[in-house]
Design a protein around this ligand. Structure first.
Ligand SMILES: [Zn+2]
Length: 166
């Protein structure tokens, strides 16, 4: 079972992965629902791959207020060689958005956040809000990746893609 102890077995993402995840957050921060990202310093948050999440049966990300600026994420499957870093980062990006929403909720009002952490209350407050952006982010990143595939084959618009997509 996944518990907060599982987080001990985590490893900091590589610089390349961090850059990719930050680029994706930068893109989402420009959207209507992603505006909240501009109120937290997500570039200064450390991202970790938590290997024990693989066996957790559903946990894909975690942020714990008492651990500070650290977000834990489900790592990609290293047994799948064709799963590139970029691909996994895009797939996990909505989960990162969800966790960063909790960072923002805490920053917005830490005492309300703590109150809302109570079981059941949590589901209808902080998780509900974080799931709205999570669902929106899934759609956003899917669209973003589709755009990228189309543009990559077109030299003329490649420059545009470099400025807007990555
Ligand atoms: Zn959550």
């Amino acid at each position: 079972m996944f518990t907060s102890v599982s987080l001990i077995n985590s490893r900091l993402v590589f610089d390349e992965e961090k850059r990719r995840l930050i680029a994706l957050m930068d893109a989402y921060a420009k959207t209507e629902k992603g505006k909240f990202l501009n109120y937290i310093n997500y570039r200064n948050i450390d991202f970790y791959w938590c290997d024990e999440m693989k066996d957790s049966g559903g946990v894909m990300g975690a942020w714990l207020c008492w651990l500070g600026a650290r977000v834990y994420l489900l790592p990609g499957n290293t047994d799948t060689p064709f799963m590139k870093v970029d691909t996994w980062c895009s797939l996990i990006a909505p989960t990162l958005v969800h966790e960063l929403c909790h960072v923002w909720q805490y920053k917005r009002s830490w005492w309300l956040y703590i109150l809302a952490c109570l079981p059941i209350v949590r589901t209808y407050t902080i998780e509900k809000e974080a799931d709205v952006v999570w669902k929106d982010a899934i759609k956003f990143f899917q669209d973003l990746e589709n755009i990228k595939c189309v543009i990559a084959s077109n030299e003329r618009t490649k420059k545009w893609a470099e400025n807007h997509v990555t």
